[in-house]
Design a protein around this ligand. Structure first.
Ligand code: 5CA
Ligand code: ZN
Length: 426
């Protein structure tokens, strides 16, 4: 499906360093792709289920992985980035039924709004933006292949439902490293069906759901009419768009188990290669009013709502970059107000055309971001520069007069290219 408009990324002098990221599977930091590698760095990020509008939790996760892409590009790596849209799944059908709306119209409307929000936040669009529905043929052939190889089984209750036996995947559990009790708890909480009769293991995930009365269904060939399970959707789209082994499998930390665990083992048994992802990367949860922000809880602050109120999307972006991407954190009015003040200070400082040499800021921002996306450190480096400019620390000297870009242009380009924040006046 269509992605959104490309974002211009200013060229910076020199190149950034190797990006180190926290890998959930190893539970520690590890370097990602070496700069200079000729084949692209590949990243798959789990996208929205479009039954409600983009909230600040989605925005924070998308911004975190946008910075991953920006740092990779700055280190000279070409990047291939795929993101899905879960445009058929239970939550979409449930919301459409609740509101008496057509599920296709609901999904299209919310996906269109998500694209506008991503553009406003200056997120570089994915190379491949792919819906579950448009991937059904590939999913059907993958599930059929698993069935033929005894890596999937049909329930014998006439529903046509097909499950994945986790016993056939020796690496099941290697991404999340959770004990079974915790797995069972999360599986039940996050869309799984541990008590479904006829399954070989309560944790076996659904691959294909046979058609039910009143539900949409597609031709699954030997699988019969039905629709795809959730985890196989992401496995198949990632394999299709990025190849057998990817550099980063990403999303919010709510997806570590069972979603990412199951997607990874689906991909691994399909390809016979492991691990599916060299890095499994999770963004922390954004909350509001003391709880995780989620469509099901309804405690949402929407990007589109802030935009409609006239809030500068660059201030929203800065607010979400103010704390580390892996920390669970609350959205507050003060967080936004503080980002608005910071944005104002940075714009004023850049607007003077003066200041201490921008190269120092660029090195500091590069160094911070390469270290597991230390955006608070990167913001502090720009703050220090802006404070020095605003305090007139250079006694009015302009760096622009000696030829080349002025320090302020270099800082503006650095903030734009690496943090995705445009300092152009609105
Ligand atoms: N379609 C699936 C993934 S395949 C899904 O989880 N959709 S979603 O709309 O619920 O979430 C979209 C992305 O935003 C996911 O990466 C999810 O982990 C992330 N996300 C959802 N809620 C939050 C939150 N409160 N804070 C941070 N990230 C969040
Ligand atoms: Zn996913």
């Amino acid at each position: 499906m269509d992605s959104w408009l490309a974002v211009p990324v200013p060229a910076l002098p020199g190149t950034g360093a190797t990006l180190t990221l926290h890998d959930s599977a190893r539970g520690r930091l590890a370097p990602t792709c070496e700069p200079g590698r000729l084949h692209p760095a590949t990243m798959y990020v789990c996208g929205i289920t479009p039954y409600d509008a983009t909230h600040l939790g989605h925005a924070a996760t998308m911004i975190a992985f946008d910075v991953v892409q920006r740092v990779w590009r700055d280190s000279g790596l070409p990047v291939r980035y795929a993101q899905n849209v879960t445009d058929i799944d239970d939550p979409l059908l449930e919301r459409a039924a609740r509101d008496g709306e057509d599920w296709v119209a609901l999904g299209l409307r919310e996906t269109a709004l998500f694209r506008q929000d991503m553009e406003a936040l200056r997120i570089i669009p994915p190379t491949s933006y792919v819906g579950a529905v448009e991937s059904i043929d590939h999913i059907v052939s993958s599930v059929s292949k698993l069935l033929c190889n005894d890596l999937a089984y049909r329930l014998e209750d006439g529903t046509g439902d097909v499950y994945f036996p986790i016993a056939a995947a020796p690496r099941f559990g290697k991404e999340s490293n959770l004990d079974r009790t915790e797995m069972l708890r999360l599986f039940a909480e996050r869309g799984g069906d541990p008590h479904r009769a006829g399954k070989r293991d309560p944790l076996d995930p659904l691959l294909w759901r046979g058609q039910r009365a009143g539900e949409p269904a597609w031709d699954g060939g030997d699988l019969g009419q039905g629709r795809p399970g959730w985890h196989i959707e992401c496995a198949v789209i990632a394999l299709q768009e990025l190849g057998e082994t990817i550099d980063v499998q990403g999303g919010g930390s709510d997806l570590l188990f069972p979603h990412h665990e199951c997607s990874a083992v689906h991909a691994e048994v399909l390809t016979g290669r492991a691990p599916f992802a060299r890095h499994v990367v999770h963004a922390g949860m954004i909350g509001f009013d003391g709880e995780k922000m989620s469509k099901s809880k309804g405690n949402l602050v929407l990007v589109s709502q802030l935009r409609a109120e006239g809030v500068d999307p660059m201030a929203v972006r800065l607010a979400l970059l103010a704390d580390h991407y892996r920390s669970d954190r609350m959205w507050t009015g003060e967080l936004l107000a503080s980002a608005q003040r910071r944005l104002g200070r940075w714009r004023t400082a850049v607007g003077t055309g003066r200041g201490p040499a921008g190269g120092t800021v660029l090195s500091a921002v590069r160094q911070c971001l390469a270290d597991d996306l230390d955006t608070p450190g990167a913001l502090a480096a720009v703050d220090a520069w802006a404070d020095a400019v605003l305090a007139g620390a250079m006694g009015g000297a302009s760096g622009g007069s000696r030829g080349g870009a002025s320090p302020s242009t270099l800082v503006a380009d650095c903030v734009d290219a690496l943090l995705g924040v445009s300092l152009a006046q609105r």
